[in-house]
Ligand binder design. Sequence first.
Ligand SMILES: [Mn+2]
Length: 296
Amino acid sequence: MSENGDENGSKKLTILGAPTDYGVDRRGVDMGPSAVRYAGLVESLRADGHDVNDAGDVDAPRDGGESGEGAAKRASEAVADRVADATEDSVPVVVGGDHSVSIGTLVGASRNVDDLGVLWFDAHADFNTRETTPSGNVHGMALAAAAGHGSFAGEWPESVDGSNVAVVGVRDLDDGERENLRSSEVTVFTMSDIDRRGIGDVTEDALEAVSADTDALHVSLDMDWLDPDEAPGVGTSVVGGVTYREAHMALEMVSESDATVRSVDLVEVNPVLDESNRTAELGVELIGSLFGRTVY
Ligand SMILES: [Mn+2]
């Protein structure tokens, strides 16, 4: 049990909104924090017995004329400071915003630990560099930037070691991104791994990969990890994702594992593209499972 919880599984949690759309083409994801709050994130975690403080939104508006990468970089610095403060006596849950906010979460979460493990649940690996990105969008480079890969080395603060990272549920990689991953030490579990071996086996192996040489764990939940039938409100949906049950099972397994969850982000909820806020509602449910909600 971590220092930020008690033996009954009650945790002290800090909710931080990060209303950014700096890493994407499609507007609307900056309203993700509102949608997730409207879906009852705070109330639902309190009903589960957690001590929840909603600390509001990170203040990182875009300056006029600023590039997406420039704005994302500035936002990530603001996110990192808020996350580092929150980790002193709680587990921060950063609600995006596009996936570029994770760069900041990882910088903040890794500030006072030696080695941070990362579970990256996503349809994509977000492991492009400036040389390989087809879109130029920072959310598709977030994990490469955090791991200091390729041209990001020395330019973005390197917060995690690739050997301590696992991406789970990938089903859409760009050609150059595939090469980037092969030359990294990141462990990749694709959807076909999940099809063949089952979500239980894959999650167990992923947990082992990110726990072997680490002190604490970051969980990054991109809602496009799920099948679009379950989570339509995302900017870059890909068919063939994990089901409702598979998603809950994976997060329940993280909760039941020995890993100390240090920080979490819930990203890419875009209410403009959603159906009656169901993607935000599902995100709230999944965070509940990650922090120990069980049926019985
Ligand atoms: Mn992502």
